[in-house]
Design a protein around this ligand. Structure first.
Ligand SMILES: Nc1nc2c(ncn2[C@@H]2O[C@H](COP(=O)(O)OP(=O)(O)O)[C@@H](O)[C@H]2O)c(=O)[nH]1
Ligand SMILES: [Mg+2]
Length: 257
């Protein structure tokens, strides 16, 4: 056996470290965790799930703990609700601690509307050279079920505006389901420290992409089937507040060059 072959055989597969921001997701977490396991284990993808419970009052942490007996789950808890921004930041930092540079960090909503099976395709695109892969509602083949007309229109308007202002191969700037090469997240935290995620609300998702574009990151998308019709409980997004905060953020980021 040549040394190169030996080295290739010693390479372990990339690990997926999933960071799940969860606020009162007890009804949705079981379906999501089981779907993650069912999607990844048959393909022998090594994975860990980090559940960041953001001061939930509905037993989200207990649900995560009960699954930790049968799956690799790490539970982080905020005593009080701090919002998506802080939670995403803590989730990504914890993920970085558990990932090597070549591993992949995935974020998803914890409301079980994002299909974990898509992670396999996202991994494939990372293998093909992309640094960030977005589960997109705006790629041919995507389907969106159960989302109100108003929210669909707002998401589409945001997409059109952002594509025009920040052309970087992304159509879905606001979806929470993404895969990042861990090295990209590491670079971002090294550069920005905690200010990498300094937007408190849901617009933090958009801001992550706008900040990463400065590093010449290659971004791609895979079409997603969004099963919003299966969502247990109401959306936690304050639509108008998020829209307004996003608009201000977009203008600021565009004009700061
Ligand atoms: N940490 C944290 N996460 C939140 C908060 N509100 C919502 N989330 C999480 O953010 C994700 C997106 O929220 P979701 O209700 O699914 O929004 P939607 O799918 O856009 O309607 C889910 O995983 C929520 O649990 C919050 O106040 N704090
Ligand atoms: Mg959601």
């Amino acid at each position: 056996m040549t040394q190169a072959v030996q080295e290739r055989q010693l390479r372990t597969p990339r690990k997926v470290v999933l960071a799940l921001p969860a606020y009162n997701e007890a009804p949705n977490l079981p379906a999501l965790l089981e779907a993650v396991r069912d999607a990844l284990e048959p393909h022998f993808v090594p994975y860990e799930v980090i559940v960041v419970d953001d001061g939930s009052t509905d037993g989200t942490a207990q649900v995560a703990r009960s699954y930790a007996r049968e799956m690799p789950i790490v539970l982080l808890q905020h005593e009080r609700n701090q919002g998506l921004g802080v939670t995403l930041r803590d989730g990504l930092k914890a993920a970085l601690e558990r990932a090597s540079e070549r591993d992949v960090i995935v974020t998803m909503d914890a409301d079980a509307t994002h299909p974990p099976g898509l992670i396999l395709r996202m991994l494939q695109l990372i293998e093909e050279g992309f640094d960030v892969v977005i589960a997109s509602r705006f790629q041919p083949g995507a389907r969106v079920l159960g989302v109100s007309l108003l929210r669909r229109l707002m998401t589409r308007a945001a997409s059109l505006l952002l594509r025009a202002l920040f052309p970087m191969g992304v159509r879905d700037f606001t979806c929470g389901f993404r895969a990042y090469r861990a090295s990209v997240i590491a670079t971002a935290f090294r550069t920005y420290n905690d200010a990498f995620i300094d937007q408190a609300g849901f617009q933090c998702m958009l801001d992550v992409l706008l900040k990463l574009r400065r590093f010449g990151v290659v971004m791609g998308e895979v079409p997603m089937v969004l099963r919003y019709d299966r969502k247990g409980g109401a959306s936690k997004m304050k639509v108008w507040r998020t829209a307004w905060a996003s608009l201000r953020l977009i203008l600021r980021r565009r004009f700061e060059g």
